[in-house]
Design a protein around this ligand. Structure first.
Ligand SMILES: Cc1cc2nc3c(=O)[nH]c(=O)nc-3n(C[C@H](O)[C@H](O)[C@H](O)COP(=O)(O)OP(=O)(O)OC[C@H]3O[C@@H](n4cnc5c(N)ncnc54)[C@H](O)[C@@H]3O)c2cc1C
Length: 413
């Protein structure tokens, strides 16, 4: 009985899962990984704890809902947890549905993968950087940088995107896909810190506060998130900003002006804040803000309200100045001027066009027998376990379909 030879290029999240599934289906599987070990990026996920899925994940958490719909409905978050449970990972589900291994160690995920891959006799070749994939009549030859080559019946391209290139995913997969006649949509860092245009950044640097943050475009609020924001000398970061960054950078890259809006005061309404000022008429304006907002914001927000002296008494402010100050406490906007680079990003937006991939099998529509998974595709999700979930869902479909012997036999006729 013929055993299909499946070559998986990239031993990251989607590559390892697809290799397990293809081997469980009886294929003879080889993983080619450029690093000296598999799963390097996984070690960095979830701050070293690996937020490996999100129990609430659904199509709305991704950029291309139609494409991910089938994969997410087949290999669901609960199926992901079952898969890993079978390998030994007990899930710990935290707030907002974020799931981690109970061990709180990302390395546990790699350990159980390695155990399973060994059990299934998957051949793991490390320090194996793939530089080209050649389609033969009914097979593939995969060439490594050192000149060696591997032949296979099917190839799964699981090289990831460009985020955190030192983990091994440096975008070389785009070239491999392009050489095989695929189109790559515009690629840019997502889930990334944003650069802002503001004279106050040096002063605000180091502030870490739970805040309500929105993305504003043409005066319209597009997205609002609540949680920590963190100011740096370049701009702003924190979980809220990462969530906004995808949409912000998509518009910014199209030449649009987008703003980050901070609502510093959330517990009181504008009327209550105005009352607070009217009860502090004899106080200096800077002191009147103490106890309402973080002290580090005070001098910057006073300058932004065009109040020249910080110690101006509240009673001496013009109505316009006071109104402006109150407005700023609820709506302080900063112009976005870009993002940090791929070195600082958690995912890549853009990638192999999903129009060229069958969403039910992950097989390329351009090259039969070639499967494309994970972040290499033009798919990215929110922060919180969604990107790994897509790596697992797409890896599963690729693993199942690349190891289908009947289909392969049909293609030989
Ligand atoms: C700091 C950080 C934290 C993150 N935290 C989370 C989180 O908690 N939850 C979450 O859901 N997502 C998280 N992500 C995103 C998540 O890690 C990725 O979306 C996911 O790993 C993508 O899986 P993949 O299989 O497509 O690619 P990868 O996991 O990146 O794997 C690709 C593999 O291919 C190898 N490779 C690349 N090119 C070649 C080549 N030419 N030849 C051979 N091998 C090659 C690479 O070395 C790598 O091992 C995080 C990302 C980062 C950077």
């Amino acid at each position: 009985m013929k055993k299909l030879k499946v070559i998986v290029i990239g031993g990251g999240a989607s590559g390892m899962l697809s290799a397990c599934v293809a081997a469980q289906n009886g294929a003879n599987v080889t993983i080619l990984e450029r690093n000296n070990r598999v799963g390097k990026k996984i070690l960095a996920t979830g701050n070293g704890r690996c937020n490996y899925t999100n129990t609430t994940a659904n199509v709305t958490d991704y950029n291309n809902q139609e494409f991910v719909s089938y994969g997410l409905s087949v290999f669901t978050p609960s199926r992901t947890m079952d898969f890993f449970k079978e390998l030994g990972i007990e899930p710990k589900v935290e707030k907002e549905g974020k799931a981690y291994p109970l061990s709180e160690q990302a390395s546990s995920i790699i350990d159980v993968f390695l155990y399973e891959l060994n059990r299934l006799n998957v051949n793991i070749v490390t320090e194996a950087k793939v530089i080209s994939v050649i389609r033969r009549k009914s097979s593939f030859t995969v060439y490594l940088e050192d000149g060696t080559s591997f032949d296979g019946d099917k190839v799964i391209l699981a090289t990831g995107g460009k985020a955190m290139p030192k983990s091994g995913s440096d975008g070389s997969g785009y070239q491999l896909a392009e050489d095989l006649k695929h189109n790559i949509t515009k690629v840019f860092p997502a889930l990334v810190k944003l650069k802002l245009d503001s004279p106050y950044l040096k002063h605000l640097q180091g502030i870490k506060m739970p805040t309500r943050v929105s993305l504003v475009h043409k005066g319209e609020t597009l997205q609002t998130e609540e949680g920590d924001v963190l100011f740096g000398n370049y701009g702003i970061s924190g979980p809220t900003i990462l969530q906004l960054s995808r949409q912000a950078m998509n518009l910014y890259n199209k030449g649009e002006k987008v703003y980050i809006k901070l609502q510093l005061v959330q517990q009181l309404n504008k009327k209550e804040v105005a009352e607070r000022f009217s009860n502090s008429k004899e106080k200096a304006v800077d002191f009147s803000l103490v106890g309402l907002i973080n002290k580090r914001y005070i001098s910057a927000i006073i300058k932004e309200a065009k109040i020249e002296k910080q110690n101006t008494l509240v009673k001496d402010l013009s109505t316009k100045q006071l109104e402006k100050l109150i407005d700023l406490l609820f709506d302080w906007r900063f112009l976005v001027t870009g993002s940090k680079s791929f070195n600082d990003a958690q995912v890549t937006a853009g990638g192999v066009s999903t129009k060229e991939i069958n969403e039910q099998t992950m097989e390329s529509k351009i090259v039969k027998g070639l499967f494309i998974t994970g972040e290499l595709q033009d798919i990215d999700g929110r922060c919180g376990g969604y990107n790994l979930q897509w790596a697992w869902s797409s890896g599963y479909l690729a693993g199942v379909n690349a190891s289908r012997l009947e289909q392969w036999l049909e293609s030989q006729m």
